[in-house]
Design a protein around this ligand. Structure first.
Ligand code: 3PG
Length: 416
């Protein structure tokens, strides 16, 4: 047991049906239906291999995409194929989550066999919007459809989804109420490494926040600043757009309209509050990048031509951010600086990632897109955490919902 949670060393899984929640949420290639990156899938292989080798009848639960908010749901079928290849053994797939077909498939599993269920967020109670609006307690989560239908078929619950440890959803926090539980090897490793970095963080500690998961980014910014963890915040991506707007800087009508259409203008108030309290700690872009006729162009704040969407930070900003990173002792990165998938809007992200590569600091990268960028630019970093939102919430020192649930489920095993 570590941190009050059972590890795989504390449970006997042979011949047992084990429900294992993993986080294999990956960027999807919408044209081919395949996966753009497989880092998170690779990261949970040791746990799955160990459980299967020990003779568990392994049932995998996972989400893909967020929810209505991000409109990026996808089946987990492609993930089962990648897992089969990585594990060198068949990972069966069933296009059902907890209905009769899924339950039948679970019942006929043999020792060592692995079954991946379809995207758990196809069940409404697993969606983040449901979580945020209803705030079910863990006890209530144990009474949801998912837990009621699957728990009776299982002997044990294992959570290896550190990347989703900040989510308070039944597949993550409900099963521990009724099944003896443990964390997987990846969960254990990430918990250990991140706690270690935070025990005595060297200064300056810099946070690079960008990307499109803007609600998460704002929560991260608030917690990192209010908790006194961050000495500097470097804002890029859509986070920077909202911050610049809140700061009274001109980002152009097209970008403002885009933010409004996404509903992110609701964050302007929070952005203003953060700016008024922590202005000296928040670094905003001083120039911007946009694409015109397929070519990269740059402008000062306020200089984006009408109708042009800002898609990157400018090169002066990238240089200044890079210098700040090179002078840091600890750097946490969550989210790219722009649309780095395209060559003409990748300069900002690439410059920042190059600075990470050169930095004489402990660098931690978290979150799906950041990991993809790390691979794309061949960046050397100290630690790649599969979590984005979970990593930052972990840093606040608050007990994460899944950690709390696992602690409860670990005691259940002792009593059982
Ligand atoms: C992530 O991508 O950070 C995790 O998979 C959690 O996903 P979520 O933010 O959609 O809950």
């Amino acid at each position: 047991m570590r941190f009050g949670i059972n590890t795989l060393d504390d449970i006997d899984v042979t011949g047992k049906t084990v429900l294992c929640r993993i986080d294999i949420n990956q960027p999807i290639n919408w044209e081919t239906g395949g996966l753009k990156d497989t880092t998170r899938i690779k990261a949970c292989v040791p746990t799955l291999k160990e459980l299967s080798d020990k003779g568990a009848r392994l049932v995998l639960l996972a989400h893909q995409g967020s929810d209505i908010e991000y409109k990026n749901f996808h089946t987990t079928l492609p993930h089962s194929k990648v897992l089969s290849e990585l594990l060198g053994r068949e990972v069966k797939f069933i296009d059902d989550v907890c209905g009769p077909a899924a339950r039948e498939a679970i019942k006929i599993l043999k020792d060592g066999e692995i079954l991946l269920l379809d995207n758990v967020r196809y069940v409404a109670e697993e969606q983040t919007l449901f979580e945020l609006n209803l705030h079910l307690t863990h006890e209530q989560q144990a009474k949801t459809l998912l837990v009621q239908k699957l728990a009776p078929l299982a002997d044990l619950y294992v959570c290896d989804a550190f990347a989703a440890a900040h989510r308070d959803q039944p597949s993550l926090c409900g099963f521990e109420q009724v099944l003896p539980s443990a964390m997987g090897r990846l969960f254990e490793e990430e918990f250990c490494v991140i706690s270690g970095v935070m025990e005595n963080p060297e200064r300056p500690c810099v946070f690079v926040l960008g990307g499109a998961k803007i609600n998460d980014a704002f929560l991260m910014m608030s917690t990192a600043l209010n908790g006194g963890i961050a000495d500097k915040i470097l804002a890029g991506g859509l986070v920077a757009h909202v911050m610049l707007w809140a700061n009274g800087d001109e980002i152009g009508e097209a970008s403002r309209q885009f933010i409004k259409r996404q509903g992110y203008d609701t964050l302007l108030g929070t952005a203003q509050e953060l700016l008024s309290e922590y202005r000296s700690k928040i670094m905003l872009p001083m120039d911007l990048g946009y694409v015109k006729d397929g070519k990269r162009e740059e402008c000062e704040l306020g200089g984006a031509p009408e109708g042009e969407l800002v898609v990157d930070i400018g090169s002066k900003t990238a240089q200044t951010f890079g210098d700040t990173i090179r002078a840091a002792k600890v750097v946490f990165v969550n989210g790219p600086m722009g649309v780095f998938e395209k060559e003409e809007s990748g300069l900002g992200t690439q410059t920042i990632w190059d600075a990470l590569d050169q930095a004489n600091a402990y660098t931690v990268i978290g979150g799906g897109d950041s990991i993809t960028a790390t691979h794309k630019y061949g960046t050397k970093v100290s630690y790649v955490c599969t979590g984005g939102g979970s990593l930052i919430r972990f840093l606040t020192g608050e007990e994460l919902p899944v950690v709390k649930a696992l602690r409860y489920g670990s005691l259940l095993e002792k009593q059982g």
